[in-house]
Design a protein around this ligand. Structure first.
Ligand code: AMP
Length: 171
């Protein structure tokens, strides 16, 4: 996994002071690294009868759609507010300052579908927790979460207990 790790670029103070942004775009630019990322993120879920891969806007879409292809599953986007055109379920979650929300189409998942949630990076876990809440609200069965990068020191994984969380590159 060092091949992927070596491509991830640290950008200090982006998008605001004090944040060390993990820029994964060099991973996307290197097709060997991109394929390896998708393969490794998918691996634990190959025999888990995943029906739906849910990608979190926006970098979760990049990994989620090819993972859905590999798993022979549907792809469903979770989006920022007011982007989805049909009937939506909505969840609000806490940010460092204030709140944000995420939405999913209410008919995107059938009751009992096995769902894998995908994003590029797990930090505090607030976003992934909100995604789990949304999927649970429309009665999907969460089989796990897959991310490329995990910032372990922020303990996001603890918020996602008891779900299976799979990450490739950890800091
Ligand atoms: P969180 O809700 O704190 O787990 O944040 C996760 C979401 O914010 C993901 O969609 C990430 O793309 C983005 N994010 C948070 N922190 C970083 C970071 N240090 N570098 C890159 N993306 C980040």
């Amino acid at each position: 996994m060092d091949y992927i790790r070596d491509l991830i670029r640290d950008i200090p103070d982006f998008p605001k002071k004090g944040i060390m942004f993990k820029d994964i775009t060099p991973v996307l630019s290197d097709i060997k690294a991109l394929r390896l990322s998708i393969d490794e993120m998918t691996k634990p879920y190959v025999n888990q009868d995943i029906d739906v891969v849910v990608g979190i806007e926006s970098r979760g879409f990049i990994f989620g759609a090819p993972m859905a292809d590999k798993l022979n599953a549907a792809f469903v986007p979770i989006r920022k507010p007011d982007k989805l055109p049909w009937k939506t379920q909505k969840v609000q979650y806490q940010l460092e300052y204030g709140t944000d929300s995420l939405e999913i189409h209410t008919d995107a998942i059938n009751e009992g579908d096995n769902v894998l949630i995908v994003d590029d990076l797990l930090a505090t876990g607030g976003t992934a927790e909100a995604a789990c809440e949304l999927v649970a609200k429309i009665k999907g069965t969460i089989k796990g979460l897959a991310v490329l990068v995990e910032l372990e020191f922020l303990k996001g994984r603890e918020k996602l207990n008891p779900y299976n969380v799979h990450s490739i590159v950890k800091y």
